[in-house]
Ligand binder design. Structure first.
Ligand code: PMP
Length: 361
């Protein structure tokens, strides 16, 4: 240990020293099927019209701190009930951070999630000094109703995060069990509907039914991951308080203009996501035809599957220029599991051919 190591060890909280940074592998020159991105760009005339809009931007000025036009367009796009508000975040990652910041420093503050789920809930909770309880899902990645309800009783969490559909499993949890969880939760329940464009199921309409429910969305999976724009929908009373934790100019001017432009061209994204949904069905069937593969149903733009030796298959795919996500290192239910994002039909074909080779001893 050097003197600098000592200083660093003394500076950071022990839980931060133990954390692993969110790892994003390089995908240069690879078929990139690891991050749930929409693989399609825009028609050339749409790109031209967008570039025209960008000409009007004044980068010397701060962005609008409360872009009402954009918020209105998002509310219409996401069918947010009229009496509900939205709060914008730099990606839904930032919304998660804002929600958790509200609890930081509160004695006994506890957050609960099913396990496995989107890693940022736990990562951000731990980085803010909060306790995060993970309740194991069942073998088929469905919610364990009894375990969830008894953990609610035991830990009385201030926030429960439910990804709907769940990442990395891709399934939609049982609606009735979710309703029971919302009903029995002593604090907030956040329905994270990041994959809504592929799920055709939502709790948005139920916002009026519960005063402890908030629904989170993002434009990332729709096809705008590079913009970093997420939002939280719910009652004004909750959002007013959370807004105090939001940095004043968290949505930059390029994102504001581009998101408004994109939402005015929503038909393009409708068509792209419909294509992805139909290709997901094809990919699912093709994976099911492979005897060594156990494949899990998905309502998202990715598919989770299990193979006899995930590390080997992952590396063999990488050698063939294909990047997917290896979940085997997470262990537990994800042992020998891999997750592939639905790409273009061409990319999916390349992946499936390479997978067959990788599965051959
Ligand atoms: N929620 C879930 C369930 C996710 O899988 C992701 C991204 N993988 C996010 C939220 C974060 O999305 P973003 O920050 O791009 O809005």
């Amino acid at each position: 240990m050097t003197i600098l190591d000592d200083k660093i060890a003394a500076f950071f909280r022990p839980e931060i020293l133990k954390l692993n940074a969110y790892h994003v592998p390089s995908a240069e020159e690879m078929v990139k099927l690891d991050a749930m991105e929409n693989p399609y760009h825009w028609p050339p005339e749409m790109v031209e019209a967008w570039l025209d809009r960008l000409r009007n931007i004044r980068p010397n000025r701060y962005p609008d701190p409360q872009p009402e036009h954009l918020k209105h367009a998002l509310k219409i796009h996401a069918k947010v009930p009229e009496n509900m508000e939205i709060l914008l975040g730099n990606g839904s990652d930032e919304i998660i951070q804002i929600l958790l910041m509200a609890l930081a420093g509160k004695p006994e503050a506890t957050v609960m999630t099913p396990q496995p789920t989107f890693v940022m809930y736990q990562q951000l909770a731990v980085s803010l000094g909060l306790k995060c309880i993970g309740v194991p899902l069942q073998k088929d990645f469905s919610l364990d109703r009894e375990a969830m309800l008894s953990a609610l009783d035991q830990y009385r969490p201030q926030i429960v995060f439910l990804a709907y559909p769940n990442n990395p499993s891709g399934n939609l949890f049982d609606e009735k069990v979710i309703l029971e969880i919302i009903d029995k939760s002593p604090g907030l329940v956040i329905l994270d509907e990041a994959y809504a464009p592929f799920a055709q199921a939502s709790f948005m309409e139920r916002l009026s039914q519960f005063d402890n429910l908030l629904v989170m969305r993002t434009l990332s999976k729709l096809g705008l991951a590079g913009l970093r724009l997420g939002f939280l929908a719910g009652r004004r009373a909750w959002l007013e308080q959370l807004d105090k934790l939001r940095l004043p100019y968290n949505i930059n001017v390029l994102t504001q203009i581009t998101a408004e432009f994109a939402l005015a061209n929503a038909a393009v994204f409708e068509q792209q996501t419909a294509q992805i949904r139909s290709d997901r069905t094809k990919m699912y069937q093709q994976l099911q035809n492979l005897p060594q593969v156990e494949v899990f149903p998905s309502a998202a733009n990715f598919i989770l599957f299990r193979v006899p030796d995930a590390d080997t298959v992952f590396h063999k795919l990488k050698q063939q220029g294909i990047l997917i996500k290896n979940l085997h290192p997470s262990g537990g239910l994800l042992t020998n599991c891999l997750r592939v994002t639905i790409g273009t039909p061409g990319e999916n074909e390349v992946f499936l051919t390479a997978l067959k080779t990788a599965l051959t001893p």
